[in-house]
Ligand binder design. Sequence first.
Ligand code: GTP
Ligand code: MG
Length: 281
Amino acid sequence: MGKSTLLNHILGQKISITSRKPQTTRHQILGVKTSETSQVIYVDTPGIHNRRSTAINRYMNRAASSVLNDVDLVLFVVQAMQWNEEDEIVLSRLHNIKAPVLLVVNKIDKVDDKKELLPFIEKLTAKRQFESTIPVSALHAQHITELEADVYERLPENEAFFPGDQITDRNVRFLSAEIIREKLIRELGQELPYTTAVEIERFEEESSITRIFATIYVETRGQKAIIIGRKGARLKSIGTKARIDIEKMLDGKVYLELWVKIREGWSNDERALTSLGYSTE
Ligand SMILES: Nc1nc2c(ncn2[C@@H]2O[C@H](COP(=O)(O)OP(=O)(O)OP(=O)(O)O)[C@@H](O)[C@H]2O)c(=O)[nH]1
Ligand SMILES: [Mg+2]
């Protein structure tokens, strides 16, 4: 639906990974936007889903729902001209929260006849009252400034929480693991993404190069073979793409080594999830 794409555009920097496949974002990720006069903290979350109730899915739904009571404002992002069962679930979660909710109608670039937008929006505002409705295109950066102004206007005043040069609460180790996971998701077929996890084993920052050793966890031998590919070609391509992005992020040379390991049933095993960083503190 474009939540992570939207956050990246607001920040002017990529901190949250994106892909065409649902359930790409798995954690809460803070994005901090500081200007001369203000600081706004955005929280990207996973989507809420009604898929199989595995431990990883429960973790993601919790990560998405738990934030609702801790924020001053909620941006409910939907896709223009689409309304599905999962949007309905999110809407029901918004019933009892105190924070005002803004409706963000994303992907308006895909709507050829803009006249269609109005009846779509009317259908949604009949379901619930929203503080305001903002049609945007996160991908093409349309109406993002208006959205930010709307957000700014509604936020209570507080002391700045983060130093002005910090844009996220996540460290480069976490962000590197996410970049690797993004390349995996983008490279692989529909089913695999949900059963892969990335763990950084070593992260060594030297003066001229950063050496990163990471393990990709999968659940079966078949999945391992798919990721490695013919003569290691797919793993190599994932590694190269990830390395280029990590180098951009760190603004320096990176050596990246990837290993694939089988950890049976990790995505439905609370203990394995915790050790892979999927734990609710
Ligand atoms: N055409 C178009 N595509 C968009 C727009 N915003 C996002 N996308 C695409 O939609 C897909 C999903 O975007 P994400 O930002 O990963 O969506 P998300 O809501 O964070 O998804 P999850 O993290 O899986 O819940 C990506 O392929 C984006 O490039 C938009 O405004 N227009
Ligand atoms: Mg996302």
